[in-house]
Design a protein around this ligand. Structure first.
Ligand code: FAD
Length: 352
């Protein structure tokens, strides 16, 4: 039985390792680079506080074949790669993650290539240069805080219509206090354009900016759409309760690129989906009934530099509870969770 996993992120790596532990299937993982990108640390890569990458050889179990390349098309039991080669499969897992769509003039933090460019650009800035981070969600907040903590000589500004908007009042106030402590200037407004060393706000105000970083995750690679599979309005593969494509029962999907009702793009959702997809790939091989996926959230945790973080606890449906944990305890929790995601993907033991 041949299985092709497209994308070696959190969902793909985890799933490949689970299937390898449980079956004799011939597994090939296709990924554009020979390393696993620890995407939740890309803001740290930008600020120079983490490598955010591990060799794939250290992440995938022995026996799994790694193929470096980008899949251009998937369907009819075949994936076609950008170098013209193709691989046949009996079963496949689409786990190509998500991407970012920065306005022209801004650099994306949420992709490996963008983070590399941002890191280089940051290194050229001298004292008092202004860095604007766009995005009031976790990625924007973490990026602004990390840059401010590691480069106190710069002026760092965070712009977004609602900073920590998904948090309850107490946690939101604590995030603002943490940003204040790091001297991050917060501007609650949308960004209309980035051009000529300026960020133009929706209100019309233009702010000088030497470097503008885009701290928003949005959109997914168009592989599923390009392959003629049914996708939702964001381009995510439409799947059934077992995480199988509604068009082709040989293709499963997990992580940011899968349209799973009630899930948000996050590591917290991607790894459990990777586990469900892996169990169902295994059950398909064994001719057993499939198991439905269950979406459950527990918290959203944002780091504010290396020594502070706010963990907003949530209900299973991702709505915020009143309770949160902050300060050094929050930072320790965040670091343990971050390490746990890599450890989990590598170990390949399903936790559901
Ligand atoms: C700075 C930052 C902080 C974050 N913090 C958190 C957090 O604290 N908690 C949380 O839950 N989430 C967080 N996230 C979100 C989280 O990183 C993503 O939701 C998660 O990475 C999605 O996992 P995935 O496996 O679906 O995709 P990814 O981890 O993005 O992996 C997808 C892989 O597929 C590869 N790929 C893409 N296209 C192709 C192709 N055509 N062919 C072959 N391979 C392909 C990619 O190169 C990549 O290796 C954060 C994101 C960022 C950017």
């Amino acid at each position: 039985m041949k299985i092709v996993v497209v994308g070696a992120g959190y969902a793909g790596t985890y799933a490949a390792n689970i299937v390898a532990r449980r079956t004799e299937a011939e597994i090939t993982v296709v990924n554009p680079r020979g390393h696993f990108v620890e995407r939740v640390r890309l803001h740290q890569r930008v600020a120079g506080t983490s490598q955010a990458s591990h060799p794939l050889t250290s992440m995938l179990r022995a026996g799994i074949t790694t193929r470096i390349g980008t899949v251009e098309k998937i369907g009819d039991g075949l994936v076609t790669l950008d170098d013209g080669a193709s691989l046949t499969f009996d079963l496949a897992l689409l786990a190509v993650g998500s991407t970012a769509r920065p306005l022209p003039g801004a650099i994306a933090v949420a992709t490996w290539e963008g983070a590399e460019q941002a890191r280089d650009a940051l290194a050229t800035l001298g004292p008092k240069a202004v860095v604007t981070v766009v995005g009031g969600g976790p990625t924007g907040i973490e990026t602004a805080a990390e840059v401010a903590a590691s480069r106190p000589d710069l002026r760092v500004r965070l712009v977004g219509p609602a900073i920590a908007g998904g948090f309850a009042e107490g946690a939101r106030r604590r995030v603002r206090a943490g940003l204040d402590r790091l001297k991050v200037e917060v501007v609650e407004d949308g960004v209309a354009a980035v051009a000529d060393g300026q960020v133009v706000l929706r209100s019309g105000t233009a702010l000088a900016s030497d470097l503008t970083l885009w701290g928003i995750v949005s959109g997914v690679p168009d592989l599923a759409a390009r392959s003629g599979l049914t996708v939702d309005e964001e381009g995510r593969l439409v799947v059934d309760e077992f995480l199988r494509s509604v068009d082709d029962p040989r293709i499963f999907a997990a992580g940011d690129c899968a349209a799973v009702p009630g899930a948000r793009m996050s590591c917290q959702a991607s790894e459990p989906q990777g586990a469900t997809a892996a169990l169902n790939l295994t059950r398909t091989i064994q001719g057993r009934d499939l198991t439905p996926h269950v979406v459950r959230f527990v918290a959203v945790c944002v780091s504010l530099g290396r020594a502070d973080a706010v963990a907003q606890f949530t209900h299973f449906d991702d709505s915020p509870r009143k309770a949160y944990l902050a300060g050094r305890a929050g930072a320790v929790l965040k670091e343990q969770v971050t390490r746990g995601t890599v450890f989990g993907a590598k170990a390949g033991v399903p936790f559901r």
